[in-house]
Design a protein around this ligand. Sequence first.
Ligand code: NAD
Length: 449
Amino acid sequence: MQVCIIGTGYVGLVTGTCLAELGHDVVCVDSDKSKIDRLLAGEMPIYEPGLKELVRSNIQGKRLRFSPEVAEGAKLRATFYFIAVGTPSNGADGGADLSYVYSAAEDAARAIKLLGNPFSIFVTKSTVPVGTSREIARIVGRHLPDDTFAVASNPEFMREGCAIEDFLAPDRIVVGSNSERARALLEELYRPLTRQGRPLVVTTTVETAEIIKYASNTFLATKITFINELARLCERIGADVEELALGMGLDKRIGDKFLNAGPGFGGSCFPKDIAALIKTAKDFHSPVEIVETVSRVNSRHQQMMLEKVREAFGGTLESKKVAVLGLAFKARTDDVRDSPALALVSALRKDGARIFAYDPEASENARKILGDDSIEYSNSVADAVRECDGAVIVTEWDEFRRASWANLAATMSNPLLVDLRNMFTLQDAQSWGISYVSLGRDPILKRTV
Ligand code: NAD
């Protein structure tokens, strides 16, 4: 089947590449010409494990191409126009900025009008508030006759860092459309994945599909916030949050995922999606108070992480050399949008610390936001921690797990590791001869700073 992807970012590039891998004929379009130029030159604009190889093999197989012009989709006579552009917070009332979505729909409709197509489906892959697909139908309807197009919502649940695996082996595929024809065609598009009866395709209305995505993300954020709050309580009552999570997670009704205490959720999706759901709920006079609380508690938790680091460094960060390990909002990505690590670095800097930051993939993106003032970007864990007054793990990269902490400790001015991801057991940390401060567990204090 012929597919046009509009917006070739994390979601669009993975979606387009994976649909090509399933045998479809795909053109990925982006209004950022430099991004398309890089792709045409064989370079990856983002880091996502396995993506480079998959892009290359599908280009060679002539199933995948790139263009700055949406007209390429119309030339291909694409049945599907997947809208995968950004939907950031509008910065005013927490609502989603839908201008990119609407202009993508408008551009595609104009191109189809010019070049003709018997039937086109405008599919939102972007996370969009309830009502957006209907507005898209209105916009497209200004250009195309009603019987030549349909709209559908097909929200994306992939996780950065394992996006290909998630796309090719999803838990579920949600297809929302009020058009039978569009639903049937989308089911056909995904047939290579669903042939064995799994994953299940949840077919529903556009409104329900749109809200499923927000409900899923806010539920996951709630789970994270819950365990973070419990971690802080564990510290007060002398309990161990890792054992608590194990004891809870083995209950199948609860499940063990997203019960990892950490520095608070961030990233390109959760904060903005939560804000957008709160806004939608207010608009419809049906407030989501649990979600509002989650947002507030998460902000407070991030604040408390700074206090935790400050305390671990002896109450002040003035002139301290602090190694910050991890800048991406999570491991296996170079994405730093709303990363808790960036917020922490900014706060540490304000407190007078000198930062030695290391991330295996995200340093370049972080530098664009943080600049170079009071920060050195190191090339390895060893470089970052050498002669520092302590290290703080913010992102759970495997590389940090594999590091030889006993050896690294010997190179530090003060062997202190603040682990905001609980990457290690207390037994391991004990054996390294290091002060080790983690979340929801007793600290190991070797000597005072
Ligand atoms: P992104 O910023 O990486 O990519 C968006 C791309 O769209 C950019 O390359 C931008 O240049 C392009 N674009 C903007 N307007 C355009 C237009 N009119 N025509 C063509 N291209 C245009 O964003 P992303 O992380 O891929 O997210 C896209 C959407 O998917 C968002 O709504 C997000 O919430 C949702 N989502 C993201 C993830 C994730 O893990 N990143 C997961 C699920 C859903």
